[in-house]
Write a protein that binds this ligand. Sequence first.
Ligand code: ARG
Length: 462
Amino acid sequence: MSKKIASARITETSSQLLQELNNSLPFDKVLYREDIEGSRAHAFMLSEQGIISKDDYEKIENGLVEIYEEIESGKFKLDGDDEDIHMAIEVRLTEKIGDAGKRLHTARSRNDQVALDFRLFVQKNSQVIANLLLQNIETLIKVANKNITTLLPGMTHLQHAQPINFGYHMMAYASMFKRDYERFISSYERNNYSPIGCAALAGTPHTINRQTTSERLGFKEPTLNCLDTVSDRDFGLEILFNISTMMMHMSRLSEELILWSASEFRFITLSDKHATGSSIMPQKKNPDIPELLRGKTGRVNGNLISLLTVMKGLPLAYNKDMQEDKEGVFDSVKTALLSLQVLNEMIDEMQVNSENMEKACMIGHLSATDLADYLVKNVGIPFRDAYHITGNVVNVAETKGLDISELTLDDLQSVDARIDEGVVALLDNRASMNARQSEGGTSTIRTQEQIEKLTLWVASQR
Ligand code: ARG
């Protein structure tokens, strides 16, 4: 039990239980890089402003660099009973350089310090996640490119609906990841303001220069209002929401990979690297990896709801409740980084079983809409009538045990004599897929166009 350096009016040493509840060092120690980076910028500014001497600044600067190396090399373990990472580093600095170390905290509070460290962490990781998203988009584009003519039953309600191509399906996920990427980038821009120099809540009487620290730390400019800044965790909520949305997309893709791996589908085969066996059933190959990605989505959603709940109802400005902001964010970031890397590898290495996809297109009369559309466009039959005629054609096919694309002109005309020769070729599934040439549609040409556009966009982001 230690007498805390940040407890001027607390005379008794704190109880073990208090420390267990209160100390955040066990988890906020991961912020040591950001804490040291922030302190170096703050000390530089203090010396530039003449608030501390050049001599003290040099001691602080060298001391902080040494502490950084001590932590990196494992010499300074960050497992003491200091309250948090900020105190641990300040205590170590003062041990090393004496009084100069005690001057570092001039014109700053742990409230703006933690707001800075945490924000730096979120900003850095938003960029790393965004880059991994770009990589995943490229991989999806690569798979799409190889499969622009691979027929796949497009579904609604998980029922066969219309023929599409597998590349088009992959491009749907690439489009989701593009939005996710943009969300991380826009959050980065929105939150790119420096909190340091706000002190406890109201600013400081010292003649600091927040522009200096902001610039040195790579922010756009200092935040506007100190009271807001020390109590703002929107940036943490944004990264949590962005991760949740991204993981929700990943979970939907995972769900399809799981389904497609099932014997009933066999549309894809995951590489052995991304599947596991069963402890009792020797024949099993289980899609554990996409299952875990789907499962991890629950966990990141929990982190988002936790922080939203912590923040609701907090009066201005800093409250210790806010110490609960970090673990969920650390956990979601770690989950996102790992999941994105695994997904990328899995998509890159999965085998696409195009024959099975094409075979499945012969179930469910996928081109039925094409017959109705033809009757409207070429024979002048009102859509609702054409819809019913097509329904009857489907019944004929069912009775014969055939797919609509396998019917002869005679079969079709047995339902309605107005049906002419021209439609027969259109009922072929590939023709049906290629008929959807409207912008954003599934035809091979339009899919190719989407691939080209997204490829250009990826290049513009690099
Ligand atoms: N460990 C604290 C946190 O994570 C740092 C800020 C403490 N500020 C204070 N006034 N007690 O939020």
